[in-house]
Design a protein around this ligand. Structure first.
Ligand code: BGC
Length: 446
């Protein structure tokens, strides 16, 4: 084991010597839970994902595991009042959710007042329950008509998204201060345009770079547009950044090291650089080279959101089809997703984002654990890591657990159980999981 450890030098703490009850959070720290529209609302059947759920790949296989579809999901559209009671039962003070563009603007230029009214009512119900709403404007889904126009592949389409955001802002700004513009632009771009496992299922490095560049540009422009609107000066807007560290499997292997460095740059450093300097550079030798500059970018973050789950260890292999794979250490505790519990990485990710010198909200963190035999350990360790990063000076203002409910986990369908509440999808019954109680205990300790 010692040899393993020398080869894999990433941060590791001795958990036997750590008291995970030794955590400290300021009084005003905002505890919350998070969801996203397509994953919980139900009947989101007019967007890029609903089309994808019915599509087939080049071998005529369904795109989603076991041909699952989001369908009614958690019926959160109709049951949000009941779900707000669950949030109160947890003791949290905030709720991050996304608005479904395809319900608000089902056809280009036609806005559905009833859908906007629905989200007004959700915000009113949250405020009446003493909960702070945090609204995400793009969480992986957009209307089918927008997808058919080329979505964020085309620079000129950014204006269409901004028009939608302005409408939402006008409808909700009196009730909402915290706004997430785009959820995980690098995940959306890489899964949809490089890996091809999210819609539109392309495998095109050049396009991946263009989409990522346009998403960053869209963030910058929407920030400026909203700030110009009445009430805009009150709004706090941020982008949501996912961090999965890419660590070399063997630090003595130059290829492992080079690939992990490249991935780190493509997924994280390129975006941080954009917000530090206005310069965005995205290149993969022989595949894509793209540069973009917007001097305004560094002034377009009131906070940065962090979604953190785990890290991946990169191993080079002599195979032109797949020249690297992800490996795990033999003693790591795996989640149900193909990655381990790695709380030290949460500490590292907070430190990485702290370089931007903006307030940080943890906009997602959670575990898929159908057996509920690792959730408590996960919560204890990750909350400890966050507390330690804060003790060491990082400005974290709040934490949103992913997720309130079991829900539709994109390409994985309903098999991944991320909920603090287990959902029986036949009866729509919700039940608090035992493992979730460690979270409740911390939230209520304030
Ligand atoms: C996404 C969520 C997703 C979660 C768990 C994040 O990348 O924002 O929508 O459910 O990860 O995989």
């Amino acid at each position: 084991m010692l040899i393993w450890r020398q080869q894999h030098p990433e941060l590791r703490w001795d958990w036997n010597k750590i008291d995970t009850n030794d955590i400290h959070f300021p009084k005003e720290f905002l505890w919350g839970v998070a969801t996203a529209a397509h994953q919980v609302e139900g009947n989101t059947d007019n967007n890029n994902w609903s089309a994808w759920e019915n599509a087939r790949d080049e071998n005529c296989q369904p795109r989603i595991k076991n041909n699952q579809k989001a369908g009614l999901a958690c019926d959160h559209w109709n049951r949000y009042r009941e779900d707000i009671l669950l949030m109160q039962e947890l003791g949290v003070q905030a709720y991050r959710f996304s608005v479904e563009w395809s319900k608000i603007e089902p056809r280009e230029g036609e806005f559905d007042e009833a859908a906007l009214q629905h989200y007004r009512e959700v915000c009113d119900a949250l405020l009446a329950a003493g909960l702070t709403p945090m609204v995400t404007l793009h969480h992986f889904t957009h209307p089918l008509w927008f997808e058919q126009k080329g979505a964020f592949e085309k620079t000129e389409n950014i204006a269409l998204w901004i028009r939608f955001c302005e409408r939402v802002f006008q409808a909700l700004h009196e009730k909402v201060n915290l706004w997430c513009t785009i959820n995980e632009p690098e995940v959306f771009a890489s899964q949809g345009y490089f890996q091809g496992v999210f819609p539109p299922g392309k495998k095109d490095p050049e396009r991946t770079g263009v989409v990522l560049k346009n998403l960053l540009e869209a963030h910058t422009q929407v920030y400026q547009a909203i700030k110009r609107l009445p009430g805009g000066d009150q709004a706090r807007l941020g982008l949501v950044k996912d961090i999965f560290q890419f660590d070399p499997d063997n630090r003595w292997n130059i290829f492992d090291w080079l690939i992990s460095r490249k991935l780190k740059h493509l997924f994280t450093n390129s975006i941080l650089e954009y917000f530090r300097t206005g310069h965005f550079g995205f290149s993969i030798p022989g595949m894509v080279h793209l540069e973009h500059f917007n001097a305004e970018a560094p002034r377009t973050l009131d906070f940065i959101g962090l979604n953190y789950y785990s890290h991946l260890r990169v191993k080079f292999q002599f195979n032109p089809q797949e020249f690297f794979i992800f490996k795990f250490l033999p003693d790591e505790i795996m989640t149900d997703m193909p990655y381990p519990i790695y709380a030290e990485g949460f500490y590292r990710a907070i430190k990485t984002l702290a370089q931007l010198q903006k307030p940080i909200y943890i906009t997602e963190n959670g575990i898929a654990d159908a057996r509920d035999d690792r959730r408590e350990l996960f919560i204890r360790r990750y909350l400890y890591a966050m507390s330690r990063a804060m003790q060491d000076g990082s400005d974290v203002r709040g934490y949103f657990y992913w997720s309130l409910l079991d829900n539709f986990e994109w390409a994985e369908g309903y098999d991944m159980k991320f909920g603090l509440y287990e959902v029986d999808f036949k009866t729509q019954q919700r039940r608090l999981r035992d493992g979730a109680k460690a979270f409740v205990k911390t939230v209520r300790r304030k």
